[in-house]
Design a binder for this molecule. Structure first.
Ligand code: URA
Length: 430
């Protein structure tokens, strides 16, 4: 087999065979096929797309490039979730304890944030004492005992994705739907759960810009999951504004705590209750989706989901924390509306980048994070604001630079006509 023939076939829109795709992945991982040839193949895929069969074979080849986590020692149905990357997205940390408190089992390997989106691991590590480096045996033991564990992905999980993603990043081939689908699904399948819920974000700062693209990506991922006998549901969700009010690691943990105590922002609560209802139903802890949703709602308001959160973070080493006093900040600076009107959009990308530039996120993967800083919105889409009202508060430990102010100045779209409150979940595909 010759790599150049495989590239040419893809360039001419002729389907690559299972053997050809396997050959590319094996050769790239073992170093026998060079970057420039794989780059050309990726670009051909970017333009010609992939059939469902090709996307399945690519996922399979990537999946078997490294370790596959064996969760068979965990009794019952194991559930997992993945988000394509949101600003203010603390869903896992609400959803996990919530479903665990109802008997469903969340065994999740998570990633770090880069750029404008935050990662679950960074939010967890902002809690003093909490560790995400837990050995596999302890991970399994913890899920068996308390129904929830969240750990960092090891280097050995889908090494093909690490290599391909780095190459896609520098060859302009990240936004290819079949490449995104196989990247996400290979990692989810290698993580070993039976049920996978996917949160596919659309809007400003998301990979998917339109509902049609989000539907295509969701359909491919659901179909790949089903071919591996997994139950997969994709939730297409709106990212025309950050999720919830808080952006920044400890600020988001505080919002998680408030949400688990029944005082969460409406969009975050809606998303968590809806995804939770599918997880609880698939985990056979409820007879119908309606019953599961009612149970989820109850747990957020009776203290049980919060009690499970405390048990979860303690199991992973967290200190006893006074969540009302754990944010160490030099100054909170209000950012005021420059005109009056209804908020039509709060550009999530701008808010995420502003928080990153305050020190709350990483520009490159070796940057350190200040867990205390970030942004807390005071108003959301649909709200009316008067000139001079506080739109958001900036939690800062370093100077607020001109580029941060420019990002915020450009973040809001205000209009004179009334704007309805947007739906968070736009479509569910399963
Ligand atoms: N998230 C992933 O894990 N992979 C992609 O390709 C895009 C988003």
């Amino acid at each position: 087999m010759r790599m150049v023939d495989i590239i040419e076939r893809k360039r001419m829109s002729i389907e690559n065979t299972q053997e050809e795709i396997q050959y590319v992945i094996n050769g790239y991982v073992d170093g026998s096929i060079p970057d420039y040839q794989v780059s050309a193949w990726l670009m051909a895929i970017y333009f010609q797309g992939m059939t469902d069969k090709e996307a399945f074979y690519l996922t399979e080849a990537m999946l078997y490039s490294g370790d596959i986590i064996d969760l068979s020692k965990i009794k019952g149905v194991k559930v997992d979730k993945h988000s394509t990357g949101g600003v203010g997205d603390k869903t896992t940390l609400v959803l996990g304890p919530l479903i665990a408190s109802l008997g469903a089992k969340l065994a999740k390997l998570s990633g770090r944030g880069l750029g404008h989106t935050g990662g679950t691991l960074d939010k967890m590590e902002s809690v003093p004492g909490l560790s995400i480096d837990i050995p596999e045996e302890q991970f399994i033991d913890q899920v068996n005992k308390i129904n929830i564990a969240v750990a960092g992905q090891t280097k050995k999980l889908v090494p093909a994705d690490k290599l391909l993603y780095a190459l896609r990043d520098v060859t302009g081939t990240v936004p290819s739907i079949p490449l995104i689908a196989s990247s996400i699904m290979s990692k989810k399948l290698a993580s070993g759960a039976d049920v996978i819920c996917l949160d596919v974000k659309i809007g400003d700062g998301a990979f998917m810009k339109t509902i049609d693209d989000a539907k295509k990506l969701s359909r491919i991922m659901v179909s790949i999951g089903k071919s591996f006998d997994k139950k997969v549901t994709a939730f297409i969700t709106n990212m025309d504004q950050p999720l919830g009010m808080a952006v920044g690691n400890r600020l988001e943990i505080k919002e998680v705590v408030n949400t688990l105590k029944g005082n969460g922002p409406q969009d975050l609560v809606e998303l968590c209750e809806d995804i939770a209802s599918y997880m609880i139903y698939y985990a056979e802890e409820a007879e119908s989706l309606e019953e599961a949703k009612a149970l989820a709602h109850k747990q957020l308001n009776n203290g049980e989901a919060y009690a499970k959160f405390l048990e979860f973070i303690k199991a992973q080493g967290a200190d006893d924390i006074d969540f009302d006093n754990f944010i160490e900040i030099e100054e909170v600076v209000p950012y005021l509306a420059k005109e009056s009107g209804y908020i039509k959009e709060i550009k999530a990308l701008n808010i995420g980048l502003a928080s990153m530039k305050l020190g709350g996120g990483r520009e490159t993967k070796d940057d350190d994070i200040d867990p205390n800083v970030g942004i807390v919105l005071n108003k959301k889409v649909g709200d009316y604001v008067k000139k001079g009202d506080t739109l958001l508060n900036i939690y800062r430990n370093r100077q607020i630079t001109k580029d941060i102010v420019a990002l915020l100045d450009d973040a809001y779209i205000l209009v004179s006509e009334v704007v309805g409150i947007p739906r968070t979940i736009l479509k569910i595909i399963d």
